[in-house]
Ligand binder design. Structure first.
Ligand SMILES: NC(=O)C1=CN([C@@H]2O[C@H](COP(=O)(O)OP(=O)(O)OC[C@H]3O[C@@H](n4cnc5c(N)ncnc54)[C@H](OP(=O)(O)O)[C@@H]3O)[C@@H](O)[C@H]2O)[C@H](O)CC1
Ligand SMILES: [K+]
Length: 522
C-alpha cells in the first residue's frame, strides 16, 4: 500500500526541513526543480529543439517554475517563461529564483521571460512543445480566482504536452475536485503522494503521476499518520484467498446468491458464474420459481434453487423462510443483483439481514436500495454501491454527495461497522476503522450494464474462501478492474461486455499470481 497525505501534512514536511533540519527553503526549491527536470527527461521524448513554456505564479510553486526554467536553459532548451508576478509581488525564495532567471536568460537570446499583462500574452505559448504549470501548488485555497481561472482555461486549449509542478493548478489536492483545473499529462508531485491526486476526479487531471523530491527522503513521512492508501498490485496478490492442498468443494468457499427477478435474470447469472470463476467451491443461486427454468437453461456450473414467488416473479417476504437453510449453509451470502424494487422485496431483504445479522453478506444493487430506511443490520457486511446508490442510501442528493463523498462514506462505514466499496473512477474502499483504500486499476469501458454484478461475484467468492472482508474487497476490486484493463488492451474500452469481464477474471488472477509468485519463491 502506498500512503497518501493531505496537503497540510506535506506542507509540514517543508516546515520540518527548514526549521528542524536547518535546510534553507532555497535548497529545497533547488532540489525540487532539479528533480522535476529529471522526471521530465525520464518521461518525455526531448530533442535539442524542444521548446518549453513555463507559467509561474506568485508563490513558491512559481519559484519552483523559475528554478526549473533555469535548469532547462542551462541544458540547452529554449524556454519562454510567463511570470504572473514580478519582483514587486514576489518574495523569499521565489523572488531569488525569479531574479537569477531574469539575469541569466539575457545570455540566451532564443529564450524569453515575459511579465504577464493580458490573456493574449499566452498566445506565444502556441509554439511551445511542453507547457509547465507552476502557477499554484499546496498554497492554493478554494476555487481559482481570476485571472488564474482564464489563464488555466487558455493553457488547456493549447496543444502541447503539459506538466504540472506538484499538482495541477485548480485541483483541491485533498478532495480531488476543482471547477477549472490544468489538464496535465504528467504531474511531478513533490515528496509524497497527496490524496486529491487520486481521489474524486484528481486522476483525470493529473495524467501520469510521478514523485519529485525536496531532498528529505521518506522517513519523515513514515512517521506521519494517514488513513488513506493506494492499492498496489502486491496488495491484490497477497489478499487473494489461499488454496490449501486438502480442500474439497465445500471447504473451498460456499456462496449463496439471492438475486434475480422476472425482468432481471441476467444479473444473477453473471454474479453466480463469476463467483465460481474466482475460486469458490460451491455456488448456489436462489431465484424466484417463475424464472428458475430460464435461469437453469442459461447458467453454466452454479446450482440453481428456487423459492415460491406465487407467480409474482420477484422475492417476497413470505419466501424468506424457504431460504433459511441455505443461508445457514453458506459462508457468504450475496444479495441484491437484479432483485427489483417491489415493496415486498424491500421487506424481504430487510428481514433476511435482520434475522441473520452478523453473517457475512455482500450487499449490492437493489438490496442497497432496500436499506435506505433500515441500516441497522450491516455489521460484518460489504456494501458495493455506486455514487447514486450511496446517495440514496444515506438520503442526500447525488449532486451534493459528488462535491466530496469521502467524509460521508467514512462516517457510514464506521457507524455501521461494515466495509463500503464506493464504485466509481476510482473505486474507494472504506473500512470501519476509518481507513480508505484507493483502487488504481480500471477504465471507462467498465461503465456498462452488468460489470457491478461481476464485482459482487468476485468479492463474495473471495469472502467465502477467506472469511476476510477487507482482503476480499481490496483484492476483488483490484482484480475486477485489472480484468477490464486486460480486456481494453484486446478489445478497446468500447468493445467488452460484462460477460467478457466475467470470463476474464481468472486471467486477471493469473496475471497477478504470475507477476508475484517468482518473487515469493526466491
Ligand atoms: N519551502 C517550501 O515550502 C517549499 C515549497 N515548494 C513549492 O511551494 C509550493 C507551495 O508554495 P506556497 O507559496 O505556499 O503556495 P503556492 O505557490 O501554491 O500559492 C500561493 C499563492 O497562491 C494564491 N492563491 C491561493 N489560492 C488561490 C486561488 N484559489 N486562486 C488564485 N490564487 C490563489 C495566494 O494568493 P493570496 O492572495 O491568496 O495570498 C498565494 O499567493 C508547493 O506546492 C511546492 O511547489 C517547493 O517544493 C520547495 C519547498
Ligand atoms: K502547479
Amino acid at each position: 500500500m502506498i500512503p497518501l497525505f493531505t496537503s497540510r501534512q506535506v506542507r509540514s514536511a517543508d516546515e520540518f526541513a527548514i526549521a528542524k533540519l536547518g535546510l534553507p527553503g532555497l535548497v529545497l526549491m533547488e532540489n525540487a526543480a532539479r528533480s522535476i527536470f529529471e522526471q521530465i527527461k525520464l518521461n518525455l521524448p526531448l530533442s535539442e529543439n524542444t521548446t518549453f513554456g513555463v507559467v509561474s505564479g506568485k508563490g513558491n510553486n512559481g519559484g519552483d517554475g523559475f528554478a526549473l526554467a533555469r535548469h532547462l536553459l542551462i541544458n540547452g532548451y529554449k524556454v519562454i517563461v510567463i511570470a504572473l508576478a514580478d519582483d514587486k509581488e514576489l518574495k523569499g525564495d521565489a523572488l531569488v529564483n525569479f531574479r537569477a532567471l531574469r539575469n541569466l536568460i539575457k545570455y540566451y537570446p532564443d529564450s524569453k521571460l515575459i511579465k504577464y499583462k493580458r490573456l493574449n500574452d499566452l498566445s506565444i505559448l502556441k509554439n511551445a512543445d511542453v507547457i509547465v504549470d507552476s502557477i499554484l501548488g499546496t498554497g492554493s485555497k478554494g476555487e481559482l480566482r481570476e485571472p488564474y481561472k482564464s489563464i488555466v482555461e487558455k493553457l488547456n486549449s493549447i496543444d502541447a504536452f503539459k506538466v504540472a509542478v506538484d499538482l495541477p493548478t485548480g485541483l483541491d489536492v485533498d478532495t480531488g475536485y476543482g471547477d477549472v483545473v490544468f489538464e496535465a499529462d504528467l504531474t511531478v508531485t513533490l515528496s509524497e503522494y497527496k490524496t486529491g491526486l487520486f481521489y474524486g476526479k484528481g486522476y483525470t487531471h493529473c495524467g501520469k503521476v510521478v514523485k519529485g523530491s525536496i531532498g528529505i527522503g521518506s522517513e519523515y513521512y513514515n512517521r506521519l499518520e494517514t488513513d488513506t492508501y493506494l492499492i498496489e498490485p502486491e496488495d491484490a496478490f497477497v489478499n487473494i484467498p489461499l488454496k490449501e492442498p486438502d480442500l474439497h468443494k465445500y471447504s473451498a468457499g460456499k456462496v449463496l446468491l439471492i438475486a434475480g427477478s422476472r425482468n432481471l435474470p441476467g444479473a444473477a447469472i453473471l454474479a453466480a458464474e463469476t463467483a465460481l470463476r474466482a475460486g469458490a467451491g460451491a455456488v448456489i443461486l436462489a431465484v424466484p420459481d417463475s424464472i428458475s427454468e430460464t435461469v437453469r437453461t442459461k447458467i453454466g456450473s452454479a446450482v440453481v434453487i428456487s423459492y415460491n414467488d406465487n407467480g409474482k416473479g420477484f422475492l417476497t417476504e413470505e419466501a424468506t423462510s424457504q431460504l433459511e437453510e441455505k443461508i445457514c449453509w453458506a459462508d457468504t451470502i450475496a444479495i441484491g443483483p437484479g432483485l427489483g424494487r417491489d415493496k415486498d422485496t424491500i421487506n424481504a431483504v430487510i428481514n433476511i439481514l435482520k434475522k441473520n445479522n452478523g453473517k457475512k453478506f455482500v450487499i449490492d444493487a437493489d438490496a442497497i436500495f432496500a436499506l435506505a430506511n433500515s441500516k441497522q443490520y450491516l455489521k460484518n457486511s460489504i456494501l458495493t454501491p455506486h455514487l447514486g446508490e450511496f446517495a440514496n442510501l444515506i438520503g442526500i442528493a447525488v449532486e451534493d454527495l459528488k462535491v466530496n463523498p469521502i467524509p460521508h462514506a467514512k462516517k457510514f462505514a464506521a457507524k455501521n461497522k461494515c466495509h463500503l466499496v464506493l464504485k466509481g473512477a476510482p473505486t474507494l474502499i472504506f473500512n470501519p476503522a476509518g481507513e480508505v483504500f484507493v483502487n488504481t486499476t480500471g477504465n471507462q469501458g467498465m461503465a456498462k450494464f452488468g460489470t457491478g454484478d461481476v464485482l459482487t461475484g468476485v468479492i463474495s467468492s473471495f469472502l467465502a474462501q477467506s472469511g476476510n472482508n477487507e482482503a476480499s474487497a481490496i483484492s476483488g476490486v483490484y482484480l475486477h478492474s485489472l480484468a477490464a484493463d486486460l480486456l481494453a488492451e484486446e478489445k478497446t474500452i468500447y468493445g467488452f461486455t460484462a460477460n467478457d469481464l466475467m470470463e476474464k477474471i481468472p486471467y486477471a488472477i493469473k496475471f497477478i499470481i504470475d507477476t508475484f509468485l517468482p518473487d515469493i519463491e526466491d
